[in-house]
Design a protein around this ligand. Structure first.
Ligand code: R5P
Length: 257
């Protein structure tokens, strides 16, 4: 791995501890004005001081993040579908690597739908993106998206994560599941977890705690942070679990719900 690639990855996964708290606010690319993200600039400004990186789309980066910000950017570069459309897995690459470089991103992110109707297309998207990004030392985060019909168990998620890593992804984002350690053990690149749909704050902290305990390098969490009634408290609580190995109880007590 070359210097530039390593440097960019270390901006996201903090080398002192090998952990990361990524804030995901890219949901609008297929969900539109998601609850909590109606006015992205406001919530981003509140949360960004506590995030190790920000995962978002080109449009929200340009309009809702000040260019003076020093937060590392993980740019979502796949899309072309919507929640009301035909098939969520029908994605394409939406941003050129040239534009990602112009935006000074630390990594790019793209979804794959292993087992989905457009599995081949999304895996081809991944390999094309990796081939292009390798030229410039830009890390690629593969997101193992799951359609409604796909199981979120260790067997399926290990398959999806391993395929992403085999194809050359530098990091993988997936879901937490029972026997999660199997998913991490069989994936040779760092794994972060998504939070998924909003659950109780206690359960979301438990999710982060268990994922870290079972080998994830961190979280790339969205709705369970920005849809909380205490979003800043929630990202700080997640941070204490990821970076300071805080217990769920200790982290939960700090919230103002
Ligand atoms: C989904 O494809 C997006 O990449 C989201 O950023 C991701 O699901 C993480 O957000 P959440 O924690 O809300 O699931």
């Amino acid at each position: 791995m070359d210097w530039g690639m390593k440097n960019r990855i270390s901006r996201i996964i903090k080398p002192e501890i090998g952990r990361t708290v990524m804030l995901a606010v890219d949901h609008g690319y297929f969900l539109g004005p998601t609850t909590g993200l109606e006015e992205p600039s406001k919530i981003i400004a509140e949360l960004v001081p506590h995030a190790d990186s920000l995962m978002l789309t080109r449009g929200i980066l340009r309009t809702s993040v000040i260019p003076e910000s020093s937060v590392p950017i993980v740019l979502r570069v796949s899309g072309g579908n919507s929640i009301i459309g035909d098939d969520l897995s029908n994605e394409t690459i939406t941003v050129s690597v040239e534009d990602a470089i112009r935006l000074n991103v630390s990594a790019v992110a793209l979804s794959i739908y292993v087992g989905g109707k457009y599995e081949h297309q999304t895996l081809k998207n991944l390999t094309s993106l990796i081939n292009e990004c390798e030229k410039y030392g830009i890390p690629v985060l593969a997101v193992t998206a799951v359609g409604k019909e796909m199981a979120r168990d260790a067997k399926y998620l290990s398959l999806a994560c391993r395929i992403a890593a085999e194809l050359g992804a530098h990091m993988v984002k997936t879901y937490y599941c029972e026997d999660f350690e199997k998913v991490v053990k069989t994936c040779p690149v760092p794994v972060v977890i998504a939070g998924g749909k909003k659950i109780s704050e206690k359960d979301a902290l438990e999710l982060a705690y268990n994922a870290i305990k079972r080998g994830a390098v961190g979280v790339d969490m969205g709705r369970n942070i920005f849809q909380s009634s205490d979003p800043v408290g929630m990202i700080k609580a997640v941070r204490s679990i990821v970076h300071e190995n805080a217990s769920v109880e200790k982290a939960y007590k700090t919230l103002k719900l």
